[in-house]
Design a protein around this ligand. Structure first.
Ligand code: NAP
Ligand code: MG
Length: 503
């Protein structure tokens, strides 16, 4: 058996276990009979079945997380929190291939970038960078202290602010990168001294259960990490309104983000909402067209376009339009759509049959509205949920696919003229979303000015937006509230307390 076969077998063995809820360090039965059947989107087969939490189970998890927080966890020495996180990183590294195999089966995320790469390597490197980045923070977060201020009568006033962990954090996850999003949310929460309840997306329940075991093996005390699979309208909704939950860290759709905000408002929970996007990718005629096209191809069709910063609107200067389109077409000609576990595949499936059909219908509507199909534009009938990498072209942004998030492998090019950059910026900004935008040009002063006017939380020049744990990440407008990563992301897991003293 090759290491790859062993890894797939191990993943299937794990998935085939009976899966309960992970509350207070124990596997416990759900108090409802609900189960979630997870489909492998590459094949359409049900590959795992997990118990789904009831409202009562959510309450149990919240009580366990609160008891652990109030018990001792929030006062565990910062250096000890760092040590536990570094141990967790070692376990993630040792078991990286298995984590990637679980997500490949569950979500259709590609197992391997290429034949020559260590299996699943790219994904695991990202996870490890994130864990190590946050492991460094517990010893560095601090408040402020001012010099004593003289008061009438000879006394002095001392003023200090301190940072205290916020409490129980609910981490509500999407399906497009299950292990990655769990780590992005749980690790900084634990670094801050918070406790967590994770609710994975119903399409991808498995890797969170495995990561729960790794957190336990790393030595995190019972109650620090609780994982409850369940349905959004039951478990997700119950977490969003539970009085013991003090913060919700959510990644998902704008519509669910609005529901969570409403449910959370009654108890003024802190919120970090990372929602949808409609990235503008602007290519000027003096750009390195080859590099820009490679980036558009990689980030547009990577993860089958199910990426919140997918460059779904490619604004290309009129004079280089044909050249740029030809370049993307040439670069995309080697895309092999197929099973996420096959080493010959470089684009996997979309998450469900319903999503495949939704994407197909959006492309059909774009055609009817006058868009040209440069390549792709059809489903791929392999048994799983596959859609061709697709490039559309249209003369303007007056078609619905220029506004609505596709969350699939569909890019649209729209031409612009340099003598009317105001119009270009208006077009780039005429979307409800404000997550990311990128500009490609050798004229850096124009690029820098454009970044000031682009309505997006993340702007890049001559590179496509990615995630670096050092940098704040998040959107404006309907793309969300708050920031993950960086100092701001870390601080979002603390409350500030001001202490005034007369001394
Ligand atoms: P989704 O439908 O919004 O679901 C996300 C999570 O919310 C799931 O765990 C879901 O549970 C849960 N949920 C559903 N209804 C809920 C409710 N009433 N209360 C609380 N939780 C509830 O999103 P998705 O389809 O998984 O992910 C795709 C979306 O995520 C896209 O719009 C994409 O742009 C966005 N996204 C954004 C980023 C970013 O960083 N900005 C990154 C990746 C994806 P169920 O699974 O049971 O429904
Ligand atoms: Mg699945």
């Amino acid at each position: 058996m090759t290491p790859f076969d062993q890894c797939v077998e191990q993943a299937c063995r794990f998935a085939g276990r009976p899966h309960k809820l992970f509350i207070n360090g124990n596997w416990v039965d759900s108090q409802s009979d609900d189960v979630i059947r997870s489909e492998n989107p590459s094949t359409g087969d049900i590959w795992a079945e997990v118990q789904a939490a009831s409202v009562q189970d959510v309450d149990d998890a919240a009580n366990a997380a609160q008891a652990c927080f109030a018990g001792s966890w929030s006062r565990v020495r910062p250096k000890e929190r760092e040590r536990l996180l570094r141990r967790f990183a070692e376990l993630v590294e040792q078991n990286g291939d298995l984590i990637c195999a679980l997500d490949a089966h569950d979500s259709g995320r590609l197992f391997s970038g290429s034949r020559n790469q260590r299996i699943g390597d790219a994904n695991i490197t990202t996870l490890l960078d994130t864990i190590h980045y946050f492991a460094g923070w517990p010893t560095k977060v601090s408040g402020q202290s001012f010099a004593l201020v003289d008061q009438p009568g000879g006394q002095q006033k001392s003023m200090q602010s301190i940072r205290e962990p916020i409490g129980v954090v609910a981490c509500i996850l999407p399906w497009n990168a299950p292990a990655l999003f769990m780590i992005n949310k749980v690790v900084p929460a634990l670094a801050a001294g918070c406790t967590t309840i994770v609710k994975p997306a119903e399409q991808t329940p498995v890797s969170a259960l495995y990561l729960a075991e790794l957190f336990r093996e790393a030595g995190f005390p019972d109650g620090t990490v609780n994982v409850i699979n369940g349905y959004g309208h039951v478990a997700g909704a119950a977490l969003s309104s539970h009085p013991l939950v003090k913060k919700i860290s959510f990644t998902g759709s704008t519509m669910v983000g609005q529901r969570i905000s409403q449910a959370a408002a009654a108890s003024f929970k802190r919120l970090t909402l990372e929602l949808g996007g409609k990235t503008a990718f602007i290519v000027m005629d003096d750009a390195d067209i080859n590099t820009a096209a490679i980036a558009a191809r990689l980030t547009g069709y990577g993860n089958a376009g199910q990426f919140c910063m997918c460059p779904s609107r490619l604004f290309v200067e009129e004079s280089i339009r044909d050249k740029f389109i030809e370049k993307i077409a040439a670069l995309s000609s080697d895309i092999v759509v197929g099973d996420a576990l096959s080493p010959d595949t470089n684009m996997g499936p979309v998450i469900t049959r319903k999503d495949r059909d939704r994407i197909a219908s959006m492309v059909d509507t774009a055609r009817q509205e006058g868009a040209d199909v440069v390549f792709g534009g059809d489903i791929v009938d392999h048994g799983g949920n596959f859609y061709q990498p697709t490039l559309l072209h249209h003369g303007n942004t007056d078609i619905s696919i220029a506004r609505d998030e596709v969350f699939g492998p569909v890019l649209l090019t729209v031409p612009f003229r340099r003598d009317n950059l105001d119009r270009l910026l208006d077009q780039a900004n005429e979307t409800r979303f404000g997550l990311a935008a990128s500009v490609w040009t050798s004229d850096l002063s124009t690029a820098r000015r454009m970044t000031e006017r682009l309505e997006a939380g993340i702007c890049t020049v001559n590179m496509h937006p990615g995630i670096d744990p050092m940098m704040e990440f998040g959107g404006i407008k309907d793309s969300g509230i708050g920031r993950e990563f960086g100092k701001a992301g870390m601080e979002s897991f603390y409350e500030s307390k001001s202490i005034h003293m007369m001394v």
